[in-house]
Design a protein around this ligand. Structure first.
Ligand SMILES: Nc1nc2c(ncn2[C@@H]2O[C@H](COP(=O)(O)OP(=O)(O)OP(=O)(O)O)[C@@H](O)[C@H]2O)c(=O)[nH]1
Length: 354
């Protein structure tokens, strides 16, 4: 669903025909809540009854949280909180990819109130959850669409396989469910499968897909996609890109060119540059954000595959270092597996507290 940030009271569900009113500048829409599937056929029927997303997040983070819990328990078995235990705890937190800043926040918070006292692993987990939430809260933001730009352009970047195309499909579904019209641009012109995958998402969500021949110029595709989206009166244009990091200079040139040609249509486009980050990646994800931030001006993140065998701590490191908004998390491969990011849910899941 879409929240209209201009309206204080609970507005009725926007209908497609109401959109003309909804896009009078400066219309800012907040994409926040979960898609509630309406009516009949779900695009990808699940084989078994699906677990709630929070359970999948918890399960995805269970390896990280179990390791943390066991290692913390190991540090604090019959030991007081002193310099040695704090150092051991810091090592445990660093090994969990939480990053130095957060590790120090946790040890400082413990040291300030409980130094020299006996302390249980559970108490440490509770403090850890609190401190992680403090790091994550500033980046847990809803995606805002500025529909005074029509279309609002979302450029999706990230290393191949991190979930760009799938995230685009899920996001398009959310927007369409909220009554917005969407055009998709198949800017990953290097992989036939990526173009085909986007076409399928286009069909599922009823969104036109602008594509070109395999190997065609991605910037040319982006330019055409904007034109088509404008002609169609789409509210949002989402453009897929290739994420080949093998040749950084080429990638940079390609993304810069995409941004440049979009700027010919609208100097502010792309309005959102969204990077998908695979949560199973570990430390390397930090470098990926660094690279795409420099190359493409990333201004928001989606952390994908948090239902898998996630290295969840890395999200905390990324938040502390880059301070980029995290709009959504991916908790599965299906259309409704994109959830707004909640600092408190994530912090509790990774710290393993209720
Ligand atoms: N479990 C899980 N799988 C996901 C999630 N998001 C994407 N995937 C899967 O990850 C794989 C790669 O996703 P894509 O969307 O093709 O990734 P991409 O970044 O577009 O990849 P390229 O097209 O190669 O650049 C696919 O099998 C997706 O179904 C998620 O949140 N959870």
């Amino acid at each position: 669903m879409i929240d209209d940030a201009r309206e204080a009271d609970a507005a009725p569900e926007p209908k497609v025909e109401d959109q003309a009113a909804a896009v009078v500048p400066p219309a800012r829409l907040t994409v926040a809540k979960t898609v509630e599937r309406k009516g009949e056929a779900a695009p990808e029927p699940a084989a078994a009854p699906k677990k709630p997303w929070y359970q999948r997040l918890r399960e995805g983070l269970s390896r990280s949280s179990r390791e943390l819990r066991d290692n913390i328990a190991g540090v604090f078995t019959k030991r007081k909180l002193d310099e040695d235990t704090l150092q051991d705890l810091e090592d445990v937190l660093l090994r969990a990819d939480l990053g130095l800043e957060t590790a120090m926040r946790v040890t400082d918070a413990l040291a300030s109130g409980r130094y020299g006292k006996d302390i249980s692993g559970e108490e440490v987990q509770a403090v850890m959850a609190e401190e992680i939430e403090k790091v994550l809260a500033p980046v847990a933001m809803p995606l805002e669409l500025d529909l005074s730009h029509k279309p609002h352009v979302i450029l999706v970047v990230g290393v191949n396989g991190t979930g760009k195309t799938t995230t685009i499909g899920k996001l398009a579904a959310k927007l369409v469910e909220g009554g917005l019209s969407v055009t998709l641009g198949a800017g990953d012109t290097f992989r036939a499968a990526a173009i085909e995958q986007l076409r399928i998402w286009g069909e599922r969500t009823g969104s036109p897909v602008v594509s070109s021949k395999l190997g065609a110029d991605a910037a040319g595709l982006a330019f055409d996609a904007y034109e088509k989206a404008k002609e169609a009166g789409s509210d949002v244009l989402i453009i897929d890109t290739a994420g080949r990091l093998q040749n950084k200079a080429e990638l940079m040139a390609e993304l810069e060119k995409i941004v440049r040609v979009l700027g010919k249509h609208d100097p502010d486009a792309p309005h959102t540059v969204l990077q998908t980050v695979d949560a199973t990646t570990g430390q390397n994800a930090l470098n990926q954000v660094e690279i795409f931030r420099n190359v493409a001006g990333v201004n928001g993140l989606v952390m994908t595959k948090l239902d898998g065998t996630a290295r969840g701590g890395i999200l905390v490191s990324i938040a502390a270092k880059h301070k980029l908004p995290v709009y959504f998390i991916g908790v599965g491969e299906q259309v409704d597996d994109l959830e707004p990011f909640s600092a408190s849910d994530f912090a509790k899941a990774i710290a393993g507290v209720a």
